[in-house]
Write a protein that binds this ligand. Structure first.
Ligand code: 2P0
Length: 335
């Protein structure tokens, strides 16, 4: 592509929530390769929408997040875009206009939807014609969980499937497990805090790898957890998926808690909601919880139970608001 063209594209992507968690990077990775397999669901209601405009008239890259200039997040996004520019053989500066309809950096996977939207928009604007697998690999190199937001419904990163390609692609990528309409689970996100977390996931994962005595046990279990979760998704076995998913979540937090310094992502309201959800399930409501690198509680419900669970969740002390989601589509271009 020539360096003097104005190129623009807009993409939308949704966050995903891991039912089998990713926490930990491969040692000596230059391409952000995960050390564990993971399996996730992509949501529909929460979204990042990103417009990229490459124009030689610009002096530098510029980022607008939710309508305001943002210099703090620009370096990470700029260097991600430079990888795409290098593939296109250009150095043209880019204005990135992105917005999230949910809190940024608070354990709601804004980096997953953000980098998935970035890759899809750049692939189009720069005429790169990358395969979905290559786009997923680039998204992974930018933020591990972003690889999964390329796909809707249920997706996995399964380490034994890795296919090494030269930089910048690397080895691991996400692949679809089942589309959203295979099993239209509902998700209620209980927002406990809208503040950005103090320690980002990248630093937290490195801390756990370097200091947690549970790290090798954690690494050893995740391929099997993903294989089992995939079979349970395919069989639509809610009770067994609930048990396995809560196990993976608590196992990840046990690893994080046993890091030095400790990574304690829960607040009291998170814990109260976890206990309430387990009680509701014991009483017969098909719901289970998961919690990521922040205090928000995510209640995964069998189809048709979202309204009831959202109502109960909103009545718990410490839950500021509840966002209801269904399963959604993968990252895609907008006109
Ligand atoms: C996940 N998380 O599987 C896990 C569970 C948070 C807890 O992936 O360093 O922002 O950018 O590759 O993808 C969040 O970490 O990490 C995450 P980087 P990312 O969803």
């Amino acid at each position: 592509m020539t360096d003097n063209a104005i190129r623009q594209a807009t993409a939308i992507a949704h966050p995903n929530i891991a039912l089998i968690k990713y926490w930990g990077k491969a040692e000596n990775t230059t391409a952000n390769e995960p050390a564990v397999s993971s399996l996730s669901i992509t949501l529909d209601e929460l979204a990042t929408r990103t417009t990229l405009t490459f124009d030689t008239a610009y002096k530098t890259d510029r980022l607008t997040l939710n309508g305001k200039p943002d210099t703090a997040k620009l370096p990470r996004i700029s260097s991600a875009l430079s990888v795409m520019r290098q593939l296109a053989g250009i150095t043209t500066p880019c204005h990135i206009d992105t917005s999230n309809n949910f809190p940024t950096g608070a354990g709601l996977a804004s980096s997953a939807s953000g980098f998935a939207a970035l890759v899809v928009a750049a692939n189009q604007a720069l005429d790169l014609n990358l395969s979905l697998q290559q786009q997923s690999k680039l998204a992974r190199a930018m933020s591990g969980s972003a690889a999964r937001s390329l796909f809707g419904g249920f997706a996995k990163i399964y380490l034994p499937h890795a296919q090494l390609e030269p930089a910048p692609f690397g080895a691991n990528y996400a692949e679809p497990v089942a589309p959203a309409d295979h099993w239209p689970l509902e998700v209620c996100v209980g927002v406990v805090s809208e503040e950005e977390k103090a320690i980002g996931s990248t630093a937290g994962m490195e801390n756990s790898r370097n200091t947690s005595p549970y790290y090798s046990a954690w690494i050893a279990g995740n391929d099997a957890d993903v294989i089992n979760a995939e079979a349970l998704v395919k069989a639509r076995d809610f009770d067994k998926l609930a048990e396995l998913s809560e196990f993976s979540c608590l196992k990840m937090h046990a690893l994080a808690l046993a890091s030095r310094p400790a990574l304690l992502y829960w607040s009291g309201a998170t814990m109260d909601a976890m206990r309430a959800i387990q009680r509701w399930r014991a009483e017969g409501t098909p719901v289970f919880f998961t919690v990521d690198a922040g205090p928000q509680i995510k209640a995964i419900c069998a189809p048709g139970y979202g309204e009831l669970v959202a109502q109960r969740l909103s009545e718990l002390a410490g839950i500021k608001r509840v966002i209801r989601c269904k399963l959604g589509q993968g990252a895609r271009l907008l006109d």
